[in-house]
Design a protein around this ligand. Structure first.
Ligand code: ZN
Length: 73
């Protein structure tokens, strides 16, 4: 854990800087939400694309069914 205030290298589980006593408010939790936020938009984008592809395939299939039904009449 490098102190963001003075740059002093503390141990990774240090709660505060042993050089300037700056409290590491975020600690390890700072990386996890950022990591989650980095992943989740991509996943939601992918799922949105998947939903769009699914619906477009369904519409095409529906159109093909309607066309074949009209031809059979
Ligand atoms: Zn410090």
């Amino acid at each position: 854990m490098i102190c963001p205030k003075c740059g002093y290298q503390n141990s990774d589980d240090a709660g505060q800087c042993s050089h300037c006593n700056y409290k590491f408010q975020f600690g390890h939790n700072f990386n996890d939400p950022g990591h989650m936020m980095f992943i989740s938009p991509g996943q939601s984008k992918k799922s949105k694309i998947a939903v769009m592809v699914f619906f477009s395939v369904m519409i095409v299939l529906l159109l093909l069914m309607i066309v074949s039904w009209l031809k059979s009449i």
